[in-house]
Design a protein around this ligand. Structure first.
Ligand code: AMP
Ligand code: ZN
Length: 470
């Protein structure tokens, strides 16, 4: 076996082994819970699930930490608009995220960490950076001074030396000495939630969250750090700067990034309004495992275009394998064992493993399964498949399903999200208000229709939107 991953840091396929013992210490950036996450986000989370499953198949134990970003500009803004505490506001979306993840059969990471539970660790990290001379403050906020970290740019392979001061490379609205610098701690503003610290009241920046949680839970050097490709810069570059400035050691040995789910040639994203949530697709009658298959079938470093034809093709593919499974288990067969079919089965498993070992090439792994299904269907037609070969075929399907996990149908009762809870309705209405404000009427109508389908009536009054159940 030679398991290899493409490492964004080195731009090479590298053989993978954990640093210590047999346990893979892995950190993945989780959702920002200000809304329902869309299936683009779930492409990345599905890739991480496949990565987990393959590492375990290869005999490793896992210690996987995923954060939940539950304090952030949009969350604060939306919670304030709805007169809700951060906790109340984020609770509904965190719950929805894990319900969706479970519907997609994503395994839970060993540890899930809400950012607001790790503020002391973040404060400690910022103090260490200050002690080492990497920070400065301006108007109550604390910044990381990138000029003091010469390795900046090594993950995204950008050369930042030529960037002029004043050219924006980060989204933060705060004043900084150099355009590349980023905020570690945002000084308290107005009524925003804040935490007291020795360097002033305020709240953490997004980047420090991940460094502090990853290192306090997994140690100074992680085996794997993963996320979507849009996180390479600036988020992961900043995580490296913060963490390595503190420890002087490599922050993560392997950086894995998944490509985007696209729709009509563009990245699926909340800001473009061109997204589907899992709930919407399920409510249209799609089985969650079909969406899982769709997201998993293209290797994670290739762009994947979402289409409804693609969903139909995924239904067909799953049916083919399920039909094969039932044919193999129920066919009347001659007794004994056909050795060449036993060998063909072992070869299919080897091909599947080789494909997955090569940077999780799910497309080739699937090709090995479909070729096998075709070959064995022919042997069944020709009566060459014998009683004891059932176990050979079952073993191939078992290996396939430890990764893809689509053979068992979702029970009809679990497939539909039927009734919406009050907080889910509130959340959808808040999203619709945002969409209207952004003049994204397509989205606001979509939400109205979605609610109508659920028999929720909306009434636009001068005091805002009221809703009732029909
Ligand atoms: P966010 O909640 O926006 O921080 O995103 C959660 C994860 O989803 C991150 O790892 C993003 O890189 C990833 N992501 C966002 N949009 C897409 C997309 N269209 N395709 C794949 N991954 C995405
Ligand atoms: Zn992160």
């Amino acid at each position: 076996m030679s398991l290899r991953f493409f490492n964004t840091l080195t731009q090479e396929l590298e053989p993978f082994q954990p640093l210590k013992n047999n346990t893979v210490r892995m950190y993945t950036c989780g959702p920002t819970v200000y809304n329902f996450v869309h299936i683009g986000n779930f492409r990345t989370f599905t890739f991480q699930d496949i990565l987990r499953r393959w590492l375990r198949y290869r005999g490793f134990a896992l210690d996987h930490v995923m954060n939940v970003t539950d304090v952030e500009d949009k969350i604060i803004l939306n919670a304030a608009k709805e007169h809700k505490s951060l906790e109340d506001y984020t609770h509904a979306y965190t719950k929805a995220f894990f319900e969706d993840a479970a519907a997609l059969r994503l395994e839970q990471p060993e540890r899930v960490t809400p950012a607001t539970k790790y503020i002391p660790e973040m404060v400690d990290a910022i103090e260490k950076l200050t002690a080492k001379g990497y920070t400065y403050t301006n108007d109550g906020s604390t910044y990381f001074r990138i000029a003091n970290f010469p390795d900046y740019g090594k993950l995204s392979h950008n050369d930042f030396k030529g960037i002029r001061a004043g050219a924006r490379v980060d989204q933060d609205e705060y004043d900084k000495a150099d355009a590349r610098d980023f905020v570690l701690w945002k000084g308290r503003k107005g009524d925003e939630p804040f935490w007291p610290t020795p360097f002033g009241d305020g709240r953490p920046g997004w980047h420090i969250e991940c460094s502090a949680m990853a290192m306090s839970l997994l140690g100074e050097t992680l085996d794997i750090h993963a996320g979507g490709v849009d996180l390479v810069f600036p988020h992961h570059e900043n995580e490296i700067a913060q963490s390595e400035a503190i420890t002087g050691k490599p922050f993560a040995r392997f950086w894995l990034h998944s490509e985007h789910l696209q729709i009509e040639g563009q990245k699926m994203s909340k800001s473009l309004g061109n997204f589907y949530t899992l709930r919407e697709l399920i409510d249209m009658g799609n089985q969650p495992e079909v969406i899982r298959y769709l997201l998993a079938q293209v290797p994670y470093r290739k762009k994947l275009n979402f289409t409804f034809d693609g969903l139909k093709a995924a239904v067909k593919s799953i049916e083919r394998i399920r039909d094969f499974e039932s044919r193999v288990s129920s066919a009347k067969l001659p007794p004994g064992k056909n050795e060449s079919i036993a060998e063909r089965s072992a070869a299919a498993i080897r091909q599947f493993e080789d494909a997955m070992d090569e940077d999780l090439n799910t497309a080739e792994a699937l090709a090995a399964i479909f070729e096998y299904v075709r070959a064995v269907n022919t042997s069944l037609d020709e009566n060459h498949f014998q009683e004891d070969n059932r176990w050979d075929a079952a073993k191939v399907l078992e290996v396939f399903d430890t990764v893809f996990d689509v053979l068992k149908p979702t029970p009809p009762s679990a497939a539909k999200t039927d009734g919406l809870s009050d907080s889910e309705i509130d959340a959808l209405i808040a999203e619709r208000n945002e969409a209207k404000k952004a003049k994204n009427f397509k989205r606001s109508d979509e939400i109205r229709n979605l609610l109508l389908e659920k028999s929720i009536l909306l009434e636009d009054t001068k005091d805002g939107v009221r809703w009732k159940r029909k």
